[in-house]
Design a protein around this ligand. Structure first.
Ligand SMILES: Cc1cc2nc3c(=O)[nH]c(=O)nc-3n(C[C@H](O)[C@H](O)[C@H](O)COP(=O)(O)OP(=O)(O)OC[C@H]3O[C@@H](n4cnc5c(N)ncnc54)[C@H](O)[C@@H]3O)c2cc1C
Length: 502
């Protein structure tokens, strides 16, 4: 069903992907008067922040914690503009309980700043000057980001948005632009504090894909600072799906259209402009949908693929040179409440040994449902545990099922050291691998979490929402400010503002 009425309509926008980035861009554009069509190859919107149901349990596919719900936070701002209610949410306190190998007591990342300060002073004596630097950089960077800079700037308007977001205190962050967390640790004589480094490696791997040595300091300041008041992390009531469901409602309320099970196979380019997209539906029918603007809510690798031989060569080369990204192995357990220890925090992180790179199948990030949060029937709970894994292991393995079984057995046995897991308490069990993520979210090789927040790929050096092709925009976790539902919402807002000015 080609949209022939869309030909030559300058307000016609096609959004590829109904992840949080695409839905946010689509809903905002519809609200601002554009004729929006959002397409997604999956059957459920939300991408990595969607859910699935099994035997009365609701499992969050990937994202389980949400930032940006507080007044002034990005989801709060966007939901206010869309005139929809924010989902009900419980603050995560602690944001995470981190267990290092052989340690019975966790490092608890408390929501209250004073309590977290006392905790880290006790856990990492002598490191307070390092933490104070992070706290200062977080304050300056957070205020800067909330003034909506465009990063990285690609034209005069972008540059103007960047300049007007600067304040004297932003300049205090500039000397740290090229520093990593590793550099800051050395500056404060903490390079050999193995316990602190391990904690930072674990937490940063979650948020930036890379360890402390390689994570850009300015990114780390934000990722590590956002868990405390007046910001904070939240656990949504119901499930993560409620975030996308509300964005879909807003999109439709403002006249936008969403087609699920519709895959975009190619973006057509004429000169330097997109003219439309080639769509295939679930019946195998294909057609070209004209568009004046195309917003791609896909990974930057997928974008290059969708452009094929029309991709600008420099852009393509840059994407090809990116360090390889991580995939995720995730195990989803539906359990009897008896499996959950009393006072269990909603989010935990375990490191099991110091072998190999931190986070590569030697750690688990665990999310546990809370009674009454809508994820499990009464007297039951969900446990979702994820670890990082190299997607190539999964694409090249000789016996995929055997590898999946091995990872599953290992994860269950590790989780059983903390949870009371047995045949009697595990009521449902399944797992997802990079192959599952490739299938359900169409992300190339099933990579998750963006391009990694190294100095060379963060902020001014990252991928822009403004691509080298006019009227073709990239939103989502490949762009500034990076992964997470809050991060991709910022990129969506940036692209929407750029489209309005284009
Ligand atoms: C295991 C795991 C745990 C995580 N934990 C958290 C967390 O606790 N908190 C947090 O904030 N973030 C977390 N994240 C990260 C977060 O989920 C993502 O960064 C974010 O949801 C990405 O959103 P997105 O819109 O960029 O892309 P995606 O979620 O990848 O959405 C892209 C959409 O585009 C569709 N699509 C792709 N190609 C095409 C095509 N050619 N045609 C049509 N449709 C297409 C896909 O089907 C998908 O729906 C986690 C991620 C994972 C994997």
């Amino acid at each position: 069903m080609p949209g022939s009425d869309s030909l030559n309509d300058p307000t016609r926008v096609v959004v590829i992907g109904a992840g949080i980035g695409g839905l946010t861009a689509g809903a905002l554009l519809a609200r601002r008067g554009y004729r929006v069509l959002v397409l997604d190859q999956a059957s459920v919107p939300g991408g990595c922040a969607s859910t699935f149901k099994r035997h009365g349990f609701t499992f969050d596919v990937g994202a389980t914690q949400v930032a940006g719900l507080e007044p002034g936070g990005i989801h709060h701002r966007i939901f206010s503009e869309l005139e929809i209610d924010l989902p009900k949410a419980m603050p995560c306190d602690p944001a995470c309980a981190v267990y290092l190998p052989e340690e019975a007591t966790p490092i608890s990342v408390w929501r209250d700043p004073q309590r977290w300060q006392a905790e880290r002073q006790r856990q990492f004596p002598g490191s307070e000057r390092f933490w104070q630097l992070l706290a200062d950089l977080f304050r300056y960077s957070w205020a800067f980001q909330s003034r909506d800079p465009v990063l990285p700037p690609r034209n005069i308007w972008d540059m103007w948005q960047l300049m007007r977001a600067l304040r004297p205190d932003t300049l205090l962050t500039l000397p740290h632009t090229f520093s990593t967390v590793g550099d800051a640790l050395r500056r404060y004589g903490l390079a050999n504090d193995q316990r602190l480094r391990t904690f930072l490696d674990l937490q940063l791997k979650l948020y930036s894909q890379v360890d402390a040595e390689r994570t850009a300091l300015l990114y780390a300041a934000t990722a590590l600072g956002v868990s405390q008041l007046p910001q904070g992390l939240f656990h949504l009531k119901g499930s993560m799906q409620v975030l996308s469901d509300r964005l879909v409602a807003a999109l439709k309320q403002h006249g936008g259209q969403l087609l699920m099970r519709h895959s975009v196979e190619r973006i057509n380019i004429q000169g330097r402009n997109p003219t439309g997209v080639v769509i295939r539906n679930s019946k195998g029918e294909t057609w070209t949908e004209p568009a004046a603007q195309v917003v791609a809510n896909v990974t930057v690798q997928n974008l290059v693929h969708l452009l094929g031989d029309q991709a600008p060569q420099n852009y393509k080369r840059r994407v090809e040179k990116l360090p390889s990204a991580s995939g995720a192995f995730v195990i989803y357990l539906g359990v009897d409440q008896a499996a959950i220890p009393p006072q269990c925090p909603p989010h935990l992180q375990f490191l099991y040994n110091y072998e190999g790179p931190i986070g590569e199948n030697n750690s688990l990030f665990v999310s546990v449902s809370q009674p009454g949060d809508g994820r499990a029937p009464e007297g039951k709970a969900t446990i979702i545990a994820s670890s990082f894994t190299d997607p190539q292991i999964w694409s090249q393995c000789a016996d995929y099922q055997a590898l999946k079984d091995q990872y599953t057995a290992e994860a269950v046995s590790r989780l059983a050291r903390f949870f009371n897991l047995s045949k009697a308490t595990i009521l449902h069990q399944e797992a997802a691998t990079p192959r599952s993520f490739a299938h359900y979210t169409a992300r190339a090789q099933g990579v998750v979490g963006g391009i990694g927040q190294r100095v060379s790929t963060f902020g001014p050096f990252g991928f822009a929402t403004r691509t080298p092709l006019r009227h073709l925009w990239l939103v989502g976790d490949s762009t500034h400010p990076g992964e997470g539902t809050a991060g991709v919402s910022y990129s969506a807002l940036t692209a929407v503002r750029q489209i309005e000015m284009s």
